[in-house]
Design a protein around this ligand. Sequence first.
Ligand SMILES: C[S@@+](CC[C@H](N)C(=O)[O-])C[C@H]1O[C@@H](n2cnc3c(N)ncnc32)[C@H](O)[C@@H]1O
Length: 479
Amino acid sequence: MTSSESHQHGLQLEELSDLVSELQSRGVLISDGISVQQIPGRGLGVVARREIPVGERIVQFPVNALLNPRTVKTAILQEISEGGPDAASSIFKSTAHANQNANVGKQFRPRVSVKGPTAKYAALLDSLSSHQVLAAYLYRERVRTNSGWTAFLNVLPTLESLTGVPMVWNLLDRGRRRFLEYLPASTSEHAARMSNQFWDDFKAVKDMFINVEDIELFTWAWLCVNSRCLYYYMSEARTANDCMTLAPLVDFLNHSDEEHCSIQIHDAGPAMKFFSLVTTRTYEIDEEIYLSYGAHTNSFLLCEYGFTLETNKNTELDITVELLEILSRGSRKGSCDSRDQKVAKIESPKLKFLEAHGYLGDYTLSVDTISFRTEVALAVAQVRAEVCSDQSIDEPKARTLERSQLKSFISGASNGSKFMTTSAVILSDILEEIVQKSDLMLAMANDNMKEEAENRDNIRRLYVERKDIACAHLRLLHR
Ligand SMILES: C[S@@+](CC[C@H](N)C(=O)[O-])C[C@H]1O[C@@H](n2cnc3c(N)ncnc32)[C@H](O)[C@@H]1O
């Protein structure tokens, strides 16, 4: 790999060649066909320096050179074995206990049970989620003077360059908190969920490790992990979400909604397991090499990674907030603020019914389809609340019939034609409001976010997409 142009863009040539040396010393193979360069609007990216055929392994890691909960645990336990109690007390708080509070689904099962003096520390690390372990590790490596990962840490983005992520507008403000008001409600809820997760993770890490106090530094570490990790299966992970690894250099690949490369695991026996980045198409000289981060919408990309795609084939219109509002209030008019939904959720029989049938939330439309979940919610929205309650002995026959029609639609035994006309009316009403609101928000973002062109353009893109999809469905509905 070469890095000839990187020095123009904040990152020094030596920093990239130090990274390459650091990785090579860990046994990582890097193709001579790629370089890391600044790409306008995308930060750094990976570019082909020569023609690259399909199937070329452009980076190959021995799996123990990756940075994930497994390798971090090994490194920390080794540090403790070599340094003794002093080393342990320079890492863990004396009050540290296995994190009871973490989302259980995200914790790790002990893979190989560790015995001896380090067993206690192994159990502590196993009780954290991957995100927590990795963020804590990056934090700690950043503050220590003798990190073995200095070259990698030096090429990670600065906190300022991560401020496209809405969660950060709230956390660090710097005049950006007001931008949250311009987000579509579903995007804003996604950002709020991330904030909650961030605070849970900060608390878990702070309670366990010494000297993790600096919120800005932890934000940087947490966001680096969030935006740069790749999927890597580990048998001890309890959920797919916890199969996270950092792979330096591979993490310079930007996202595309088309597949360009894939991650492959080659298992050639003990100590011969490799994690490779392999091309799945040919590349011309100077072409950027991308990786798909997943089939993500622009709202998701903005929340998790701080950018949106100009055209995104995974675009969809999320009407969850709008539909939940109708379902919880029983009517569209005089509706409550979407933030009151949690209270309504507990009380509304319609929401309870949807939850019991696995259809609560996630109501979306793509340009030409309405998801089945949305159709179910529209059907439930139009029946009387009593239809969603359990059958009572003396209830009218009409109610029993309507309940069975609803259940038969949900189970797929009928096509739900009974509900279609009213569903169309409810949906039109929602979509017309979305078009109006999008126009308003597009104008407001234009007027009030002038000084932050990138954030403004990302937000505008979300409303343009919402409006386009809403208009496409309104045309179909009014045909
Ligand atoms: C895994 S890193 C990719 C390398 C990154 N560009 C860098 O400078 O280090 C993911 C980050 O790159 C940026 N990014 C990735 N794909 C992008 C795209 N298609 N358009 C704009 N920015 C993108 C976002 O800032 C995202 O959080």
